[in-house]
Design a protein around this ligand. Structure first.
Ligand SMILES: C[S@@+](CC[C@H](N)C(=O)[O-])C[C@H]1O[C@@H](n2cnc3c(N)ncnc32)[C@H](O)[C@@H]1O
Length: 213
């Protein structure tokens, strides 16, 4: 199933990255596992979940046994091919992988109980628009769960190479968000922050927000 009529401009970069991304190891296992645990604690067996920017599917496949169904989307067919293969190997049948850009995720028949977006919101053109769309697709009482790299508060040398790197096709689009930008966008979209922590100055911000019931 695909929602893209023509390849997204960023898909070339991410398709090229996909095999290496699948082979890479998690750099901060302790905090990755803490995020999984905090997310799983909010899940119920009847939940319908959406993940946007699922990459090679590791997080969706880890959570699959905890919920009824996960729709896991990404704009990269290369990432999704690997994710589907991992699901087949693990005999996980309640995750559907869909090719779709974050800006253009198909509206569900019924709202989602949880939407996840990890290492994604700093990559989209307009994080506020994507957050608002996610909020609109959530059921009352539903959760938004996101781990977001907020680079505006560090990595200043990286800012200098971000634009030339993109022109040369060596880097994807990157937005230099602050933690505050993320929190403001989530609250402006009508969600209430439930949890927000960052394990270190240069680490991703983990945020859980809830749509009022
Ligand atoms: C850094 S990887 C993170 C993958 C996964 N969420 C994880 O945490 O391991 C970013 C992913 O977002 C996808 N992506 C980038 N821009 C996107 C967009 N505008 N819409 C949907 N997916 C996007 C890429 O294809 C890639 O799979």
């Amino acid at each position: 199933m695909t929602n893209l009529t023509k390849p997204h401009p960023e898909s070339r970069f991410w398709n090229r990255m996909a095999p290496g991304y699948a082979r890479s190891t998690i750099s901060d296992v302790e905090n990755y596992e803490r995020k999984l645990r905090e997310t799983a604690a909010l899940m119920r067996p009847d939940m319908q979940v959406l993940e946007i920017g699922c990459g090679t599917g590791s997080t969706a496949l880890w959570h699959a046994p905890n919920v009824a169904h996960i729709t896991a989307t990404d704009l990269s067919s290369g990432m999704l091919d690997i994710a589907r293969e991992k699901a087949r190997t693990a005999a996980i049948e309640n995750v559907t992988f869909v090719e779709a850009a974050a800006e253009d995720v198909p509206q569900p028949d019924r709202p989602y109980d949880m939407i996840m977006a990890h290492s994604l919101l700093h990559l989209v053109k307009d994080h506020r628009e994507v957050i608002t769309n996610m909020a609109n697709m959530l059921a009352p009482g539903g959760f938004l769960v996101t781990s977001t790299i907020c680079m505006s508060e560090g990595l200043s040398a990286f800012k200098l190479i971000a634009w030339p790197g993109r022109i040369l096709g060596l880097l994807p689009r990157i937005n230099f968000l602050r933690k505050r930008d993320l929190e403001d966008a989530v609250q402006d979209a009508g969600l209430k922050i439930h949890t927000c922590w960052r394990p270190g100055k240069r680490k991703a911000v983990f945020l859980i927000a809830r749509k009022p019931a």
